[in-house]
Design a protein around this ligand. Structure first.
Ligand SMILES: [Zn+2]
Length: 234
């Protein structure tokens, strides 16, 4: 890392942002980089940085939709600040949409956690005027759309959106995902009216599994459609 020489100490105590001239403040090696990384929070240590970089590499390697979203951000110059938290107990990660800062639970630095937040950023770019307007009202719609997207691209065996649901609801959801993807051979670019009704049904079940997110406002999953229209290879 190249750092300009600090100016002479003016005695003000304000170092103007220059690093302390102590040996431990000097990075030994330049950190590895990724097109989507603006920077890391100071608290992210070297091994955690590597875990985050590995998660990003895996995200774009997993399938063409994720590769497309990754490239879209890279081509647009969209970058993220990555932080970790040891006090985040019930979530894997979150994203501040104003600054594109992704904070990851220190115990779950995974492709799934990073990928969820990258999709939330993608949703923010697709919905007119962004998705901050859907917090809190509509948050459950945004979260269900993300889970629905994961279930399609990871194939219907996962059905993570219905985690905690009854076996019959889980089975019905898997059958429906199989139906709209023609047995995992296509990515749906739209839903028929009947399938939108089914989507809303499962959105409501998802709300019942996550009641603290508030009641649905029944948004159409336009970021899912957009990701398949622009980046789908099925
Ligand atoms: Zn989420």
């Amino acid at each position: 890392m190249n750092v300009a020489s600090p100016p002479p100490d003016d005695g003000s105590g304000d170092d103007g942002g220059y690093p302390d001239p102590t040996p431990e403040a000097c990075p030994v090696d330049a950190p590895p980089t990724d097109s989507l990384v603006r920077n890391f929070c100071d608290s992210v240590n070297a091994s955690q940085q590597k875990e985050i970089l590995d998660a990003l590499s895996q995200f774009k390697a997993n399938n063409c939709v994720q590769a497309g979203i990754y490239s879209n951000f890279a081509n647009n110059g969209t970058k993220f600040t990555f932080c970790v938290s040891s006090t985040m107990l019930t979530k894997n990660a979150n994203i501040d949409l104003a600054t594109y800062t992704i904070t990851i639970n220190v115990n779950t630095i995974t492709t799934t956690a990073v990928g969820e937040e990258l999709f939330h950023a993608y949703q923010n770019s697709v919905y007119p005027n962004g998705t901050a307007q859907y917090n809190p009202t509509g948050r459950v719609d945004i979260e269900f759309e993300q889970a629905f997207w994961q279930d399609i691209i990871q194939t219907s065996v996962n059905a993570g959106a219905m985690n905690g649901a009854s076996q019959s609801d889980l089975d019905a959801y898997k059958i429906w995902i199989g139906s709209i993807t023609n047995g995992d051979t296509i990515y749906p670019r739209s839903l028929s009216a009947a399938d939108q009704t089914q989507y809303n049904h499962f959105l409501y079940l998802y709300y019942q599994l996550h009641p603290t997110m508030g009641t649905p406002i029944y948004l159409t999953p336009q970021a899912v459609f957009s990701s398949f229209i622009y980046f789908g290879c099925k």
